[in-house]
Design a binder for this molecule. Structure first.
Ligand code: NDP
Ligand code: 8X3
Length: 252
């Protein structure tokens, strides 16, 4: 079977890391991206025993860095069959009128523009080959807005729109495009959102069973391993305890 190469942004933690680990087990060649080089080195050391691993350190916000990094890929990693646009975070959780504008910039620059920067660097080769698969990691927060979610939700609504736009515009080239939209997943997400306040971050996942990063990795692997004529276009995945952004059953 032909070895497929998957590029994962945000591979240093959470959903991206779990996906890297699962895809390595399933024989994908991997290009793993993030800003924390030490974590990328560690992943290359552990997963490199199972499959080909190439790492790229860049900030998705920086257009030039993104292009330079992706142009540097060696020949055996340069054909990207599967792009997993996963890098992203929430920054802060405030009422809109007291929101921090640096947080707003971070969320829009990383979750929206960062996703576009990476996609722009990869889409032309997929168009040329008339094949490829793009997975955009959206969120329940891209389907409904919750109190104090304002700009994070806006960034994920944008991911939803970009996912649809990519599917429409890349359709004539035979490229698969789909989103996986998780609800609450216990990762470093809340540590980042609450700026290292780990006690506050922990409370987000207390009293019910949140999703694990591995649950989402499993679904991403399912999505990308369907026969090529099957495109899972938009998937919402919640913990059983969660009915909506604001309704989480902590009694069962
Ligand atoms: P983590 O905080 O565990 O992981 C975030 C990843 O994104 C890290 O690998 C981080 O790498 C990378 N990243 C963040 N900022 C940048 C940047 N500027 N440039 C490059 N990489 C960056 O969170 P999750 O795994 O939970 O989040 C992954 C995705 O899932 C995000 O898009 C998030 O919005 C989405 N999501 C998460 C949910 C949850 O409840 N956890 C629910 C729904 C969606 P590094 O710091 O090394 O750069
Ligand atoms: C992450 C899930 O509910 O914290 O997208 O916004 S939530």
């Amino acid at each position: 079977m032909e070895l497929k190469t998957a590029l994962i942004t945000g591979a240093t933690s959470g959903i991206g890391k779990a996906t890297a680990e699962l895809l390595a087990k399933n024989g994908f060649n991997l290009v793993l991206c993030g800003r924390r080089t030490d974590r990328l080195d560690q992943l290359r050391n552990t997963l490199g025993a199972q499959t080909g691993v190439h790492t790229l350190t860049f900030d998705v916000r920086n257009r030039e860095e993104v292009i330079k990094a992706l142009e540097s890929l060696p020949q055996n990693f340069s054909q990207i069959d599967v792009l997993i646009n996963n890098a992203g975070n929430a920054h802060g959780m405030d009422l809109i009128d007291s929101g921090n504008m640096d947080d707003w910039d971070a969320m829009l620059d990383i979750n929206v523009k960062g996703l576009l920067h990476v996609s722009k660097a990869i889409m032309p080769q997929m168009v040329e080959r008339k094949a490829g698969h793009i997975i955009n990691i959206g969120s329940l927060a891209g389907k409904e807005v919750y109190p104090k979610g304002n700009v994070y939700c806006a960034s994920k609504f944008a991911v939803d729109a970009i996912n649809q736009g990519m599917r429409i515009d890349l359709n004539e080239h035979g490229i698969r495009v789909g989103a996986v939209n998780p609800g609450l997943v216990e990762t470093e997400f809340s540590d980042v959102r609450f700026k290292g306040d780990t006690d506050r971050a922990k409370t987000v996942y207390q009293g019910y069973q949140a999703l694990k990063a591995e649950d989402i990795a499993d679904i991403i692997h399912f999505v990308i391993s369907r026969p090529y004529h099957v495109n899972i276009a938009d998937l919402l995945v919640l913990p059983t305890a969660q009915a909506s952004s604001t309704i989480v059953n902590k009694t069962v």
